[in-house]
Ligand binder design. Structure first.
Ligand SMILES: N[C@@H](CCC(=O)N[C@@H](CS)C(=O)NCC(=O)O)C(=O)O
Length: 207
């Protein structure tokens, strides 16, 4: 099989597994668990020297960083009406914008809420979880305003920009962060998370 995706679905590999499901890709899932040290062995460090998942090996082409992987896969498989990669240069730039924004503005507080609310019980800190939830209000407000103008981040259809941001916000959902003060973002998030491909990737988290 040409494409390998490294990382268990209960890691950031979820994002790329969701993408692969959206695109209907055939792939081998190498279920490396970051919790058991298997991402730190020499064989995997040759694929991702950071020792993190996800990474991919696409017929010999190796790539790491979840957002880069998703942008690459979406662009590579962009043909057809169901393609998830934008065609206009400006929309491509906006897909990068939203992806970088997700990583820099959303990921940290979402992870704080997740780890401190539903992470290992002995490491939970309710105040830190609440702080993560509070800190998410600012990016959620930005998202809400953007989605008041168009149903999806780049316009009328679901693209890699939506998948990347919604896949990061999946942590907020798991951490039961309330988004009801941001109705456009809430409705959009539900639409994204209800997609069959997102459900397929979530199912992999339960295996
Ligand atoms: N910025 C990277 C972060 C990757 C990352 O930190 N992944 C975690 C799992 S969710 C990991 O592999 N941790 C293992 C470790 O740090 O040893 C990405 O988005 O791909």
């Amino acid at each position: 099989m040409a494409l390998k995706i490294y990382g268990i679905a209960r890691s950031r590999a979820f994002r790329s597994l969701w993408m692969a499901a959206e695109l209907g890709l055939d792939y081998e899932h190498v279920k490396l668990d970051f919790g058991d040290g298997s991402t730190r062995g020499p064989a995997y460090l040759a694929i991702n020297p950071n020792g993190h998942v996800p990474a991919i090996d696409d017929d010999g082409f190796r790539l790491w960083e979840s957002m880069a992987i998703n942008l690459y896969l979406a662009k590579k498989h962009s043909a057809g009406a169901g393609g998830l990669y934008p065609h206009r240069l400006e929309d491509e730039a906006r897909a990068w914008q939203w992806s970088f924004w997700g990583m820099t503005e959303v990921e940290r507080p979402a992870l704080a809420a997740l780890l401190n609310r539903i992470g290992p019980e002995d490491k939970r800190d309710a105040a830190a979880a609440d702080e993560g939830e509070r800190a998410l209000a600012a990016p959620l407000k930005v998202l809400d305003a953007a989605l008041a103008a168009t149903p999806y981040l780049l316009g009328d259809r679901f693209t890699v920009a939506d998948l990347n941001v919604a896949s990061i916000l999946a942590w907020a959902r798991q951490a039961r962060v309330s988004v009801s003060a941001f109705p456009q973002a809430e409705a959009w998030l539900k639409k994204c998370h209800d997609r069959p491909a997102a459900q397929t990737a979530r199912q992999l988290q339960r295996e």
